[in-house]
Design a protein around this ligand. Sequence first.
Ligand SMILES: [Zn+2]
Length: 335
Amino acid sequence: MQGSRGASNNPSFSCSSAPPLLRASFAMPSAYHNREMPELPDIVVYVERVAARVVRRVLQRVRVASPFLLRTVTPSLAEAEGRTVREVRRLGKRIVLCLEGDLFLVIHLMIAGRLHWRVCGAQVPKKLGLAAFDFPEGTLLLTEASPKKRASLHVVRGDADLAALGRGGLEVLDADLASFRAALTRENHTLKRALTDPSLFSGIGNAYSDEILHRARLSPLALSQRVAEDEVQRLYCAARETLSEWLERLRREAGDGFPEKVTAFRSGMSVHGRYGQACPDCGAPVQRIVYAENEANYCARCQTGGRLLADRALSRLLKGDWPRTLEELEDRRGR
Ligand SMILES: [Zn+2]
């Protein structure tokens, strides 16, 4: 698919044929992005920057400050101490320190977990600190800026136990079109839900799914088993281009340093976190669908032929019986 650049500019999705938009209310950019996890590009950059500092170094000590962090009993953390790091890997949205002796430390940042590189033996910050991993040349700090301590650390031995922590989703950047199509159409979901399902696709969450769908000019609520072949191809290209472009961008931003501004929302995104602001491609205001604890952002003119999709806030006004989640919405559409 190397030659398929520009797929997002497919002329059949020309803005000129779109019906006029309903008047959209403008609002501040949403706070929903504060509840989102770092996704593939951010995790990959973490992996690379951590690897540059710890591979072939001995993990001397692990200091755990939060009783909620460690989710496994055996092997013990003490077994990890004194071992050399062979490799640092990504497993879905998790970061894996692979140690000699087939031991793995698996870190899930969840929403507010972050990594920092500090001087040797740096103190674990009182409120936010979860753990410190001490190496000869510095300390990898794990913090979580949230009263809900959801970040986790698993210690496992062997490839099988490591794989069991994975969700099995396809790595889009390594996948060909056929395997992408197979994953996409395995179940009949909305495209938004399919892209963010970790058992179908690895490392994609709310932010990059918005960006991918916008680039592909596809509705977040289109059903995955009903999209046409050219749409599957557009989605495939859009997913790969979006993820690789953002990865390059975040790599450039981090340089040789350690990424300190990790967030699910980034200025420069087209629609994600930009409700009410102008779509960079057509100028129409970015729309949203609010569901459960989340929201999807999209451009009606670029993605849905100008149609506004059902929204819980709108439905409250209408006192209608609207679905609250994408899952409910899918169920209703299926009936
Ligand atoms: Zn647009």
